[in-house]
Design a binder for this molecule. Structure first.
Ligand code: SF4
Length: 64
């Protein structure tokens, strides 16, 4: 299981980082999202799925 953000799609709305600040960070230079965790625990995956629902661009990919 892993989570990643499609950088070609992400527009930097910040909603994912607000929904799951334990999973997503925002780059200083453009505000785009990136995954800050390296271990994809069940809690991380569930948190990422909730955040993915908030993303207007559907840029968050959760692979089960
Ligand atoms: S909500 Fe979606 S578009 Fe916005 S920063 Fe997060 S991944 Fe990117």
């Amino acid at each position: 299981m892993r989570v990643h953000v499609d950088e070609d799609i992400c527009q930097g709305h910040t909603l994912c980082a607000m929904a799951a600040p334990d999973v997503f960070g925002l780059r200083d230079e453009d505000g785009h999202s990136y995954v800050i965790v390296t271990e994809f625990t069940t809690e991380v995956i569930e948190s990422a799925k909730r955040a993915a629902l908030t993303c207007p661009e559907q840029a968050i990919v959760v692979e089960d």
